[in-house]
Design a protein around this ligand. Sequence first.
Ligand code: 5GP
Ligand code: ZN
Length: 141
Amino acid sequence: MTPRDKDCIFCKIVAGAIPCAKVFETEHCLAFLDIAPVHPGHVLVMPKGHYATLMDIPAELGADLTATLSRVGKAVMEATAADGLNLMQNNFEAAGQVVHHAHFHLIPRHAGDGLTLWPQSGYESSDEMSGLAKIIAGLLK
Ligand code: 5GP
Ligand code: ZN
């Protein structure tokens, strides 16, 4: 059964209780315009089921989600005559997640649009970098 959260604004959109500017849907995914776009044509793609973060989305939805992101992304670029496209995804409040129903932002970008991406830093040493890689890899065994 598809999980729902009665207090979730995106579940209400899936149920049709709150309107949205829908652009595409599949059995498991819905794509609609963000109400406060970074640029016009900014689309949100999400699983119809209520999963709080990326890490909660069942792996079996992966093919549907990636195919939807790719297909919608192409249409967004064409519709907005974009030069580029950002795929953004926020998990938990510390990372900027406001709506706790996992979703992906497709943001059309135009050459010279003035938006900057987040700053990059570095590692203190190559040991710090390889140590962290080992810890993450160990958790994935
Ligand atoms: P987050 O920060 O959680 O990754 O992004 C949430 C996004 O949902 C924001 O960009 C916000 O503009 C959008 N949003 C919030 N409420 C609604 C709504 O009711 N309808 C639509 N279409 N977008 C919404
Ligand atoms: Zn939800």
